[in-house]
Design a protein around this ligand. Structure first.
Ligand SMILES: [Zn+2]
Length: 553
């Protein structure tokens, strides 16, 4: 259908449905008509994007009184939300029929809204009705340190922007984060935070919204059905008033979302130190005005888990990454994105090598770090984009490194002999779980082996006593390919894409381990399709005669 015909067809089909064409703006056709809900017509303006890339928009021309001040699915200016963005994909080659289907859907949604059947949906749309002010929240859920409210301003003194409200239970880390956004704390401007938990999901009240005073907000909490939350809020505010504060920030944490409001006490010119009687205190608090805030989480736990709830156990762990080369660099970055080294956890980076110009082509680090120690440079690079990261670089030999109490060691050196030595060192009473990741030949395959408990196979257990390979990765022989000259500078050629895939394999194995699903403990991914996999992912057996892990007492 050519564009001209498409426009004519849409206009004609809509005409039959009772919508009159009014005008066009670019690719958008504007109509007037009615949604029919249980026989009643409701006047709407309809905008149709002929390209089909955005959904037709319906705007109610008269919003019925019972849907004011708020109603589910009715946006500002009367726009009707009848489908979430992305939930419908229009067939752009059949727009007339698609527009009719959208009218059907809009009519059915609006009929339910009018019948009060969609009130529960207000829960999901809560923030759209709560506050337009933003409060950043950097609250580590694993810590029970007190939450305080701090105002931040642009470090450039001339900026006239309103100070930004930030609540945090890790103020030092928060300061580092905000500083990297060019913000500094406003001196002497800290507010008390009253933190209250509730099991009730917030839902706007449909008769009076949003609450403007403490009295209204407390009444709303009772309406939600959590009298306890109401009482706690009230008693927190009384304490704040009695402590001579000018106000407080209330943070309400419900199962799915948190929201907040700032209260400024209206003392009516009363002396701050005068002693109020209890009734007067209540009265003063009830009449105090408030400002609602939407909470935007910036805590490391949320940032890591939002896209992958599987990462929930990686915070708070002590993990050592040995080898900050081409695999280790990318792996360290994935680990930090997943939350390693945040909260109470720590990421130790071990490498005694320096980054050379010839490494840059397949290394996470770039030219700006050459001649620097790889562990130190990587820690610096990761901390730049994750300012609250707790990274400990150790520019020492892997076997000499003093690791302390580690939950896991990751060997990303790709050096077979070192893997055996590590398995030998961390066995018996000194046992530490080890995850090893390596590349087979010139990028033929990537593999990972996890030794989570003492009775699982170590890296050396993959060979028998004669060093025959027991679990080959490919059916074909792996070619031995080396480039470079002389004894010192030989290297195996493979591109960064191979290292990235090795890092991904190890990261997935690490996530599984943290979720207590270490199996299969030996994993192989073939990257070169001229090769065939020889060993499917399995749990290899620990060998009783293994020279690395079968402890000789
Ligand atoms: Zn072994």
């Amino acid at each position: 259908m050519n564009p001209m015909n498409a426009v004519e067809s849409i206009v004609s089909v809509l005409k039959q449905r009772g919508f009159d064409y009014e005008a066009s703006e670019g690719d958008t056709l504007l109509f007037r008509g009615h949604l029919l809900c249980q026989g009643q017509p409701h006047a709407v303006a309809l905008a149709v994007d002929v390209s089909g890339l955005t959904l037709p928009e319906f705007q109610l021309l008269n919003i019925p009184r019972q849907l004011k001040p708020i109603a589910p699915h009715i946006g500002q200016d009367g726009f009707l939300c009848y489908a979430a963005r992305g939930s419908i994909v229009l067939d752009i080659f059949d727009m007339p029929a698609q527009v009719l289907a959208c009218i059907d859907r809009a009519e059915s949604v609006y009929a339910e809204v009018l019948a009060g059947k969609r009130a529960k949906d207000l829960e999901d749309e809560f923030f759209a009705y709560w506050g337009t002010s933003i409060c950043l929240a950097d609250i580590d859920p694993y810590l029970s340190t007190p939450v305080e409210a701090i105002f931040y301003q642009n470090a450039k003194a001339k900026s006239k922007a309103e100070p930004l409200l930030v609540i945090s239970n890790v103020p030092k880390q928060t300061k580092i984060k905000l500083e990297c956004l060019g913000m500094i704390p406003v001196p002497n401007r800290v507010a008390r935070v009253c933190r209250v938990k509730t099991n009730q999901a917030p839902m706007p009240m449909q008769d009076k919204w949003p609450p403007k005073s403490v009295e209204e907000v407390l009444r709303w909490q009772s309406y939600l059905g959590d009298g306890n939350c109401r009482r706690k809020l009230e008693s927190h505010l009384i304490n704040a008033l009695n402590a001579d504060l000018n106000g407080a920030f209330c943070l309400i944490e419900s199962p799915l979302i948190s929201y907040g409001f700032a209260v400024s006490f209206n003392r009516n010119g009363g002396k701050p130190n005068s002693i109020y009687n209890r009734l007067a205190v209540r009265e003063l608090i009830y009449q105090s005005q408030l400002q609602t805030f939407s909470i935007v989480r910036i805590d490391d736990v949320y940032l890591a888990q939002r896209n992958n709830p599987m990462n929930r156990n990686l915070h708070g762990l002590n993990i050592t990454l040995i080898g900050c080369g081409t695999i280790g660099g990318y792996l360290a970055e994935l680990m930090v994105k997943a939350g390693v080294g945040t909260s109470t956890g720590r990421l130790t980076l071990v490498d005694n090598d320096s980054l050379m110009p010839q490494n840059v082509g397949r290394h996470r680090l770039g030219f700006n770090h050459i001649l620097q120690n790889k562990a130190e440079a990587l820690a610096e690079e990761l901390t730049r984009s994750s300012p609250s990261l707790n990274a400990r670089p150790l520019p020492v030999d892997a076997l000499q490194a003093y690791l302390g109490k580690e939950d896991l060691i990751i060997d990303a050196t790709g050096e077979e002999a070192l893997g055996h030595a590590l398995a030998h060192k961390y066995q018996g009473p000194d046992f530490k779980p080890i995850l090893k990741v390596w590349i087979e030949g010139p990028g033929i395959a990537v593999r990972s082996l996890l030794t989570p408990v003492p009775d699982s196979a170590c890296a050396r257990c993959l060979n028998d006593d004669q060093r025959t390979v027991l679990y080959p990765s490919t059916q074909e022989a792996i070619p031995l390919e080396l480039l470079g000259q002389g004894c010192e500078s030989l290297y195996v050629p493979f591109p960064a894409t191979v290292s990235v895939q090795a890092a991904c394999l190890a990261m997935e194995h690490l996530s599984d381990w943290a979720m207590e699903q270490p199996s299969p403990r030996l994993r192989t991914k073939i990257l070169n399709n001229h090769f065939t996999i020889a060993t499917p992912d399995i749990d290899p057996l620990k060998r009783s005669t293994c020279p690395a892990c079968a402890m000789v007492v």
